[in-house]
Design a protein around this ligand. Sequence first.
Ligand SMILES: N[C@@H](CCC(=O)N[C@@H](CS)C(=O)NCC(=O)O)C(=O)O
Length: 204
Amino acid sequence: MKLYTTDYAPNPRRVRWVMAEKGIGDIELILIDIMSLEHRTHPVIAKAGSPHLPVLELEDGSVIAESVAIGRFLESLYPEPNLFGRDAREIADIEMWTRRLEQRLATPLMLGTRMKAAPLVILEDPNAAVGDYMFENAAAYCAGLDAHLASRAFITAGRLTIADIACVCAFDFARIARFRPDKSLENVARWLGALRERAKVLEV
Ligand SMILES: N[C@@H](CCC(=O)N[C@@H](CS)C(=O)NCC(=O)O)C(=O)O
């Protein structure tokens, strides 16, 4: 299999993080130069029906897109360590948190960054007001997340899951547009610090 990926982008990084957690070493990484818009004309990426990364190409030449869908596919091939849930209840909780955090936090952070970060003008028409709105929404959600994390080291299930990975990748990406969770949110800071350290060790 081949993973079409790119440096610095949050969604491909989610998949590389899943691969690192699971010790997956037999998927070839194909580096795409997103800043020269290589992804918009690449024939394999075109098969996914949307010019976005990551894309996983299977041995039969078919493709899977969407970072969480790719992660879920990899989990079925490489079950350990479990990142998507071991039983019905865990699967539901992890899905609930992943979707909630995607909609309320990760997407506003990623879109806000695209609207505000000067180098990304190649990909997006910048609009600082829309970017500010996205960041204000993400910042407001962070307060609730801080309360949730007061008694937890991870978002749910008592261990690292795709919900943590999806979120941390968005927080890290938003640093290029200078988004930082409010300093008073100590639980978010502790959680982010621990997971950034983990990602550093895994080199993702
Ligand atoms: N929901 C998709 C989002 C994919 C996406 O937006 N990828 C970005 C990189 S993080 C991209 O390829 N952008 C290219 C562009 O905007 O032209 C996923 O989770 O994989």
